[in-house]
Ligand binder design. Structure first.
Ligand code: CA
Length: 419
């Protein structure tokens, strides 16, 4: 599909994340006013709650956008999602007779505060990047046992905490935890010294289900996608992870980008997952290309210093699509809810500069990377700001996600009773 022209000029450039083809869903506020639902268009936000209040946008026989989250639109289902996109496109397209009406509902992105775009009902994080799994497995268990024996047969994951999910721009405090450095005889309690990021995508489930669903049906249950940073304390993780997997190492925060890019905006960028190395069981086989070609990068800026891009990779690296992950998740009878968030797993590519975590980029701290400022990094330092970015590249336009940022704050002082 070519660029759809809008009368909002800033939406027609090759570099904006938010052309008319995108229409990502966010929640915004201005000053002390209540938060509202909005769509990003160029460098502006269209006030969707305002349009519905005035009767200019109708999706159902009840209000859908009178709450500051998008779950109620999700609950209406895929036909309503398509109807919504058609109605908003009609307001914003070049030559629209509704331009004068819509102009009253446009605000500059520079003037708004963005909030979590949906109520996160549950959060599951997968481990579906093969390069990441091999890299981490090699460091933790040795090259012989790098990939767990189940890995090529099923998308493994763990149940995370929905309460940990925060919107881009939220400061993240370095966690405290129980640590046992290599060679130490006993553990101690203190701040993590190996605090890290994980570059991931998140799939937002828009339909509830209590039954097992096929991969094809799972794909249609996904409302959209966000960028996701699964902050990870590697030293806490190394001591706690056996036998039940990540726990406190991953519970500090999970940052997501402020705009949900609807799956409908990404259909031109479908691509197949990598070739299977062993055949999958029939229930997990994909009926067609269900992954996406989305370029991703990570920037790291020390406090008061310019940013260095430390990794560039692509979502198409993932061995399992979000549809396969969701299908597998339902096979146990696990109920899925509107607002379920599924993390993809860390997205690392085959080259050193395409690794999606500092654990891999610095190879466990043995090979620190050098930033443009001249500083070395093995893991995150206090004051560092991390920014994830991503976009699918169209012909003369891009479908972008906006920035997913977070700054590392110093750990809390240890209370006396914890010393
Ligand atoms: Ca992760």
């Amino acid at each position: 599909m070519p660029l759809l022209k809008s009368w909002v000029d800033s939406a027609n450039t090759a570099t904006t994340d938010f052309p008319l083809n995108n229409l990502p869903c966010g929640v915004f506020s201005i000053g002390d006013a209540d938060a509202r639902c909005g769509i990003a268009i160029g460098d502006m936000v269209l006030d969707i709650t305002g349009l519905e209040e005035e009767g200019l946008l109708t999706l159902a026989d009840h209000a859908v956008f009178d709450v500051p989250f998008w779950n109620e639109l999700m609950e209406l289902g895929p036909d309503a999602w398509a109807d919504f996109r058609a109605q908003v496109t009609e307001f914003l397209r070049a030559g629209s007779p509704k331009q004068a009406l819509a102009e009253d509902y446009l605000v500059a992105q520079a003037e708004v505060t963005l909030h979590l775009p949906f109520l996160v009902s549950e959060y599951t994080d997968f481990y579906s990047g093969k390069e990441h799994a091999v890299n981490v497995g090699t460091m933790f268990r040795g090259a012989e046992n790098a990939l767990p024996p189940n890995w090529l047969h099923l998308p493994i994951g763990y149940n995370g905490r929905a309460s940990s999910v925060v919107v881009s721009g939220t400061d993240v405090r370095r966690p405290l935890g129980q640590l046992k450095p290599p060679g130490a005889d006993v553990p101690y309690f203190g701040p993590s010294k190996r605090f890290d990021l994980e570059l991931e995508m998140g799939a937002v489930v828009g339909r509830a289900s209590s039954d097992m669903v096929s991969v094809a049906d799972a794909d249609e249950m996904i409302f959209g996608y966000v960028l996701l940073n699964d902050w990870s304390a590697r030293d806490i993780q190394a001591w706690e992870y056996q036998p039940l997997g990540p726990f406190q190492a991953k519970a500090t925060a999970t940052t997501i980008s402020p705009w949900i890019v609807m799956a409908a905006a990404l259909q031109d960028f479908r691509t197949a997952t990598p070739p299977r190395e062993v055949p999958l069981l029939p229930y997990l086989r994909e009926p067609g290309p269900l992954s996406y070609d989305i370029s991703l990068e990570v920037g790291l800026a020390p406090e008061g210093k310019p940013e260095t891009v430390i990794s560039r990779t692509n979502y198409a690296q993932m061995y399992y699509s979000a549809a396969q992950q969701l299908c597998h998740h339902t096979t146990s009878g696990c109920p899925m809810n509107v607002g379920d968030l599924l993390g993809s797993g860390t997205i690392s590519g085959p080259t050193k500069d395409s690794r999606g975590s500092l654990l891999e980029l610095s190879w466990g701290g043995k090979e620190p990377i050098t930033l443009d400022s001249g500083e070395a990094r093995s893991f995150l330092e206090d004051g560092d700001t991390l920014t994830l970015r991503g976009h699918a590249q169209g012909d003369g336009y891009r479908i972008g996600f906006g920035a997913c940022t977070g700054r590392v704050m110093p750990a809390l002082e240890l209370p006396d009773w914890a010393k």
